[in-house]
Design a protein around this ligand. Structure first.
Ligand code: MV4
Length: 449
């Protein structure tokens, strides 16, 4: 194992990585922007290096400044967290070229996953069910129109360089596709600097499932069960669970096992190592691969709490070259966990709401874990994602987890900013949520004020 880790991220994930690394006896290096100098993740690291001014491009996206910090501190590994540079294969390569370990998949695997159309092709070739769609990217409107006839309407246009839903366009008719295709191409260019797009059959109200993958550099690969993340708003997840409510009654167990097999096949096809996630959609009784993410996910704690697997600990050991000693047959879920993302935002209009956390008293108690980036008195600035904490609640079953979550949300005191705890309470009390009948449309239809 290396002895000093640089954490190229901020907030709750930097803090969590720091705790795990220090628990393994490592020294840690925090890097921070001027906006974050006083936050807990900076204070808790063994040492800290300023990257630059507040804007992400000058700080957490400033690869040169991070590589400089790596050199000046003598850190031997870099954990990128999620977002920022975590899925940037060139940055991963640049880190590796310094001789330091990259705590993530091999840069070649990252490059294979980055183009979502190529990723579909690779997954399909490996025998993984993908959403019906185009075999490659679509060069022009005429091709889009003829392909859509073959696929069948409605269709969804997606950016090949994207992921996460940005720039997607739905078309119910050829006329809509003529307009939507151009909009999709333009948004892809603006958001990702690449205009390439592809088409998929559009599912109007799917469920969003994902499978956690762990692999080492010795050919060992396993999955750490599933999560369900159907409850989201504008491609920002709000609530995530393990196990997936979809599978809790056991009637779809064969499908669940097929999904695990497919996820492992896909990960193998990508040459995957370290922690990653295969994203899938469930619709009309089937599960389809949509993309693979080359990073630790925000919602990894629900997997940790229900399987006992220390995902960040394994990421570090795998990066150091250790073998995965977990066995697939040992990975069983115990109980249920729900993660609630606490955002500094208006709970009805959803505008960001930065400001001072004048009062910030998180709940505690049986089954309650809080991964927070802030403490009372800290200021949430408008420079980054408005997520301030993740409240993760577990119980012996989903019912107990929901009950405990309701109590924990009620006990959580936040004053000084607007936040979405009232939304969480509405979700947790919603009869449809409690029934487990989720879809990506849930928040359009339910848990209204
Ligand atoms: C879809 C879809 C329906 N049909 N693909 C959005 C995020 C990106 N990772 C994939 N997304 C979707 N892809 C087809 N063919 C609906 C979504 C989608 C969605 C997916 C997961 C979680 C939340 C979502 C919210 C809206 C749309």
């Amino acid at each position: 194992m290396f002895s000093k880790l640089l954490i190229a991220n901020r907030g709750e994930i930097a803090r969590r990585i720091n705790t795990v690394a220090q628990g393994l006896g490592l020294k840690t290096v925090a890097v921070y922007s001027d906006a974050d100098a006083g936050l807990p993740f900076v204070k808790e690291a063994t040492e800290a290096v300023r990257l630059g001014p507040a804007p992400a491009k000058d700080s957490y996206l400033n690869a040169a400044a991070i590589l400089q910090a790596l050199k000046s501190t003598g850190a031997e590994a870099v954990h990128p967290g999620y977002g920022f540079l975590s899925e940037n294969a060139e940055f991963a390569r640049a880190v590796a070229e310094t001789g330091a370990k990259w705590v993530g998949p091999p840069p070649e695997a990252m490059a294979r996953m980055k183009d979502k159309s190529e990723a579909r092709k690779l997954a399909a070739a490996a025998g993984v069910p993908i959403v019906p769609g185009t075999p490659t990217t679509v060069p022009d409107v005429a091709t889009a129109l003829s392909e859509a006839e073959r696929i069948g309407y409605p269709v969804l246009c997606k950016a090949a360089g994207g992921g996460g839903g940005i720039g997607m366009a739905v078309a119910n008719t050829p006329a809509e596709l003529e307009k939507g295709f151009t909009a999709c191409v333009n948004r892809a260019q603006a958001a990702f600097g690449r205009s390439a797009v592809y088409l998929e059959r559009y599912f109007p109200a799917p469920r969003h499932l994902e499978v956690q993958i762990l692999g080492d550099h010795h050919g060992n690969l396993l999955h750490v069960l599933e999560r369900e993340c159907s409850i989201q708003r504008r491609h920002q997840k709000v609530v995530e669970e393990a196990g997936a409510p979809l599978f809790l009654d056991g009637s779809l167990e064969p499908l669940r096992q097929q999904m695990f097999d497919a996820a492992l096949k896909a990960a193998r096809a990508f040459g995957y190592a370290n922690a990653g996630t295969v994203e899938l959609l469930y619709s009309d009784g089937q599960v389809y691969f949509i993309e693979m993410n080359a990073r630790l996910q925000v919602e990894h704690p629900v997997t940790e709490l229900t399987t006992g697997v220390d995902l960040i600990g394994w990421q570090l050991r795998i990066a150091a070259g250790e073998k995965l000693t977990l066995k697939q047959s040992d990975l069983k879920r115990t109980g249920h966990a729900i993660e609630l993302r606490v955002y500094a935002e208006d709970p009805v209009k959803f505008f960001p709401s930065p400001g001072p956390l004048n009062v910030y008293r998180p709940p505690s108690g049986e089954g309650v874990r809080l991964d927070s980036g802030y403490a009372q008195g800290d200021v949430v600035t408008p420079n980054y994602d408005p997520m301030i904490a993740k409240l993760i609640v577990s119980g012996k079953d989903r019912g107990q987890a929901i009950e405990r979550a309701q109590r924990a949300v009620g006990d959580f005191a936040i004053e000084g900013i607007k936040h979405n705890l009232p939304l969480h309470l509405r979700i947790l009390k919603d009869p449809v949520f409690q029934s487990g009948q989720l879809s990506t449309r849930f928040l359009e239809q339910h848990a209204k004020p």
